[in-house]
Design a binder for this molecule. Structure first.
Ligand code: FAD
Ligand code: UDP
Length: 372
């Protein structure tokens, strides 16, 4: 007689989706095995301790949400600090505050009141007023006009995505607030911060007591792994899962160049964006500032965007029409699979952390029939 599988769930991917799923399933008495092909847990939130500084190995991660339930949820594993993201943009050696706010308008045009700033914006956007934006460039021009577009958006966007702004979906730029107060907070959300002691504490809290194995690629050991569990939860690339039968989904990747510097403070801020096209990196992160660090040295990271490939990690889904059509074909196939698909790569969505957690909580609630 065939014995029943040891685990209720095999969870492929130890990022936030996989970790929240595993935590919730375990709470409901299910036996989970979490695997990841990387040599660590935490997915893209993983931090490495370098010189006593939590270095965000896969790019700056700032937690923000409007949802108190999600805020309380993450804080139940690790308290969060009061970090507020207020990046600067460096364009041709001059600094501008982000997101676009009264400080930025003052730096660009010398305007001091909201009425003065609105008058300039009005004048700069008037010629675009009658267009219905169909791409990122049109969306940006109709929202913020020529100056901001040319200095702070076009160069950054085109190097980040490796495509012309006219070929990118409009929604990407709607992530950035535009406000008429002197408020440099990059996000509008009520809650924001960084886990005290770093994101690994969040992962450790979520995965406490759960069996996890690293350095295991699902596709290399699929047959053996599949037999171990009643159901699979897959958080890797959905196109890879279906053997690319409808073609490859495109992703944008990044090269992270980390440097240890023998000085205590390099740029005085956690994030400085470089918005000119001719500078090959998009931003410099100085990690200690996420946790108000007082270490003697500092670690900075330059982010160089490039196209994802078998050697380069897929970080950003490119949700243009062509790729969304391909994704839809995979989504149809997914409906006929017993596997649960979740997270940024399997749902091909430009998810932030709070959204991934929200999705995993909602999926597990449905699965285990809990009321919200
Ligand atoms: P991931 O974290 O990608 O986890 C998926 C895991 O699956 C990975 O560890 C991978 O190794 C593993 N895996 C894939 N395929 C296989 C396989 N075949 N076998 C085994 N394991 C596999 N969000 C914010 O809220 N704020 C931010 O400031 C922010 N900044 C970001 C900056 C960058 C550069 C990037 C790329 C993302 C950022 N995000 C940010 C988004 C955030 O990283 C994601 O929302 C979240 O981490 C996604 O979690 P996930 O579990 O879906 O995916
Ligand atoms: N963006 C820009 N200039 C900036 C910062 C962002 O034009 O200085 C645009 C760019 O297109 C980017 C998008 O806004 O892809 C979203 O920025 P966000 O900071 O949310 O990107 P992420 O943190 O996801 O990389």
């Amino acid at each position: 007689m065939k014995s029943s599988p040891k685990y209720d769930f095999l969870i492929v991917g130890a990022g936030l989706y996989g970790a929240v799923f595993a935590h919730e399933a375990t709470k409901h008495g299910k036996n989970c095995l979490v695997i990841d092909k990387r040599n660590h847990l935490g997915g893209n939130t993983y931090c490495e301790d370098i010189e006593g500084i939590n270095v965000h190995k896969y790019g700056a991660h700032i937690f923000h949400t409007n949802d108190k339930t999600i805020w309380d949820y993450v804080n139940s594993f690790v308290p969060f600090n009061r970090y507020t993201n207020s990046p600067l943009a460096n364009f041709e050696g001059k600094l501008y505050n982000l997101p676009f706010n009264m400080n930025t308008f003052y730096q660009l045009w010398g305007t001091k009141t909201p009425d003065e700033a609105m008058a300039v914006l009005d004048e700069q956007t008037s010629k675009y007023r009658n267009i219905t934006p169909t791409n990122l460039e049109e969306q940006a021009l109709s929202l913020v006009g020529d100056d901001i577009y040319k200095k702070l958006i076009k160069g950054y966007t085109e190097k980040q995505w490796g495509r012309k702004a006219t070929e990118l979906p409009a929604f990407i730029i709607k992530r950035l607030p535009l406000r008429f107060t002197y408020d440099n907070n990059y996000f509008n959300d009520t809650y924001q911060g960084i886990p005290i002691g770093g994101y690994n504490k969040l992962t450790e809290g979520l995965l406490k007591g759960i069996e996890c194995r690293t350095n295991i690629d699902f596709f290399k050991e699929k047959a053996a792994l599949t037999g171990l569990a009643k159901q699979i939860v897959f958080t890797g690339k959905i196109d890879e899962y279906f053997d690319y039968c409808h073609g490859k989904l495109e992703y944008r990747s990044l090269d992270f160049k980390h440097e240890i510097l023998a000085q205590s403070n390099y740029q005085g801020n956690a994030v400085v964006n470089y918005t000119e096209a001719k500078i090959p990196f998009t931003r410099i992160i100085e990690h200690k500032h996420f946790e108000f660090g007082r270490q003697k040295s500092t670690v900075i990271t330059k982010e160089y965007p490039l196209e994802a490939s078998p050697e380069k990690e897929p970080y950003y889904p490119i949700n243009d029409t062509k790729n969304n059509e391909i994704f839809k074909a995979y989504q149809e196939m997914a409906k006929n699979e017993p596997t649960i698909f979740g997270g940024r790569l399997a749902e091909y969505k430009y998810y932030d952390m709070h959204q991934v957690i929200g999705a995993a909580l909602s999926d597990t609630r449905k699965l285990f029939n809990e009321k919200s």
